[in-house]
Design a protein around this ligand. Structure first.
Ligand SMILES: Cc1cc2nc3c(=O)[nH]c(=O)nc-3n(C[C@H](O)[C@H](O)[C@H](O)COP(=O)(O)OP(=O)(O)OC[C@H]3O[C@@H](n4cnc5c(N)ncnc54)[C@H](O)[C@@H]3O)c2cc1C
Length: 416
């Protein structure tokens, strides 16, 4: 059909209009594609991984220095979309990555700055406290301060991308659940709880639900319950965006992240992998319990004592973890008309802009100019002697033998 949308038939269907799906819909629409984005909840919503007012963005990247190139483009695209919609989505506060001198958070962050020639300063815990008095880190710890770090406003980013996509003709359907997709000769059929559609290409960006829609991700993208706290600071002047850089800290209690006061009258923070609870995204415990709050308060009382006033809010959210905590972004090994992105493991939102661009590349051309070699599905596959000839067998995530009250999700490993 020439011109306008073909009834029930699209160039690309995007399943899941959260962080990644909203950006993907926009970058496809910008290339003149007829896009249908299908979202099972509202737009935006608080049932997945992209709610809670703020998400850290930082250039220094202790998880692996090869993220830095992608981040430069991600920053560029965030600035572009915020200018397009006329709303600030990116706030620069500086970012702190801190821990003991040999810790992978501090040292990895420092390595990434040196490798990519990023402006940065190294401060001791004592120096950091003099500069930013909200911080009370052990004086002998080290902090990498990178001036371009800050935060994004995730719900507004999603709304912005969706509205910009709609302005270019994309169709976005909220409260419509994709039940299945069926590969066709030269396309896909998608059945939802409301209708059936066809498209040339399918992009699956269903976050914690990816495993249920993609057999190839089953057991490889594991949802995990998280909890966040917002506490009213007793010294509000120490916790403003201009006096309090976002942080990633490795301390003896674990790895934590946090933000200045924004959107809620409280200092926000959380612990990576919280209680290490693998979960089913439809059955996740969304209540916050006393023990969840206690764990978070104990941390804040020790390292941010002036941030520890009354509780303002407590929320749950979901990570979707891979074994190595790097993303999974690829085309389907059997159906090249299908591609998917599972970029979480607790650090994916800052990349949503560039992941949208990558998914548009993969849907349009099957390849992308961006280096996604770190994220290919292939890395989880190994040839096993017992595997059928010519077939790839899935590696199972290593189990940890330590006794715990919850199944354990392993933390990121240092890259050096
Ligand atoms: C507590 C917490 C803190 C975090 N902090 C940071 C941070 O500071 N910085 C950072 O960069 N990252 C952070 N992350 C990670 C980041 O938020 C995620 O990587 C990112 O939000 C994932 O986006 P997504 O699009 O994959 O998932 P989502 O945004 O959850 O989108 C998936 C969408 O698919 C929809 N969907 C699922 N199944 C279906 C279906 N069958 N039919 C239709 N729709 C469907 C869902 O409803 C959802 O809207 C954090 C995550 C959490 C949970």
């Amino acid at each position: 059909m020439d011109g306008g949308p073909r009834l029930g038939r699209y160039d690309t269907i995007v399943v899941g209009v959260g962080g990644m799906g909203s950006a993907t819909s926009y970058y496809l629409a910008r290339r003149g594609k007829q896009v249908l984005g299908v979202e099972r909840f509202g737009i935006p919503h608080a049932m997945g991984s992209s709610h809670g007012h703020t998400r850290i963005i930082r250039l220094a990247y202790y998880e692996h220095p090869s993220y830095v190139l992608l981040l430069r483009r991600a920053y560029e695209l965030w600035r572009e979309i915020q200018e397009k919609v006329g709303e600030q989505l990116l706030y620069i506060t500086g970012s702190v990555d801190a821990g003991p001198e040999e810790s992978w958070v501090f040292k990895g962050s420092w390595e990434s700055c040196r490798l990519h020639d990023l402006p940065h300063e190294v401060l001791t815990g004592a120096e950091l406290r003099r500069r930013y008095p909200g911080y009370h880190l052990p004086p002998e710890h080290f902090a990498l301060l990178q001036p371009e770090g800050g935060f994004l406003t995730p719900e507004r980013c999603i709304v912005s991308y969706v509205m910009a996509a709609q302005a270019l003709g994309a169709e976005i359907h909220g409260h419509e659940k994709v039940l299945e997709w069926i590969p066709l000769e030269g396309g896909v059929r998608v059945r939802t709880d409301r209708d059936t559609y066809e498209a040339d290409k399918l992009v699956v960006t269903a976050g914690a639900w990816n495993g249920g829609l993609l057999d190839v991700l089953e057991g490889l993208a594991v949802p995990e319950r998280q909890v966040l706290a917002w506490l009213q600071p007793t010294r509000p002047d120490y916790f403003r965006p201009n006096t309090f850089p976002v942080f990633n800290l490795l301390v003896e209690e674990g790895r934590f992240y946090g933000f200045p006061v924004f959107g809620v009258p409280g200092f926000k923070f959380g612990k990576y992998h919280h209680l290490e609870e693998r979960t089913d995204p439809d059955g996740v415990d969304r209540e916050v319990h006393d023990y969840d709050e206690r764990l978070l308060r104990d941390f804040a009382e020790r390292y941010f004592p002036d941030g520890c006033g009354p509780t303002m809010d407590l929320q749950t959210c979901m990570f979707t973890n891979t074994k190595d905590n790097h993303f999974v972004i690829d085309t389907h090994p059997e159906y090249p008309q299908v591609c998917f992105a599972s970029p979480c493991s607790g650090h994916g939102f800052k990349f949503a802009s560039i992941v949208g661009e990558i998914m548009a590349d993969l849907a349009e051309n099957g390849i992308t100019r961006h280096d996604i070699s770190l994220f290919r599905l292939e890395r989880f596959r190994e040839r096993r002697p017992e595997a059928r000839a010519g077939r790839w067998a899935l590696q199972h995530p290593e189990e940890d033998s330590r006794r715990r009250s919850f199944p354990r999700v392993p933390d990121v490993k240092p890259f050096w």
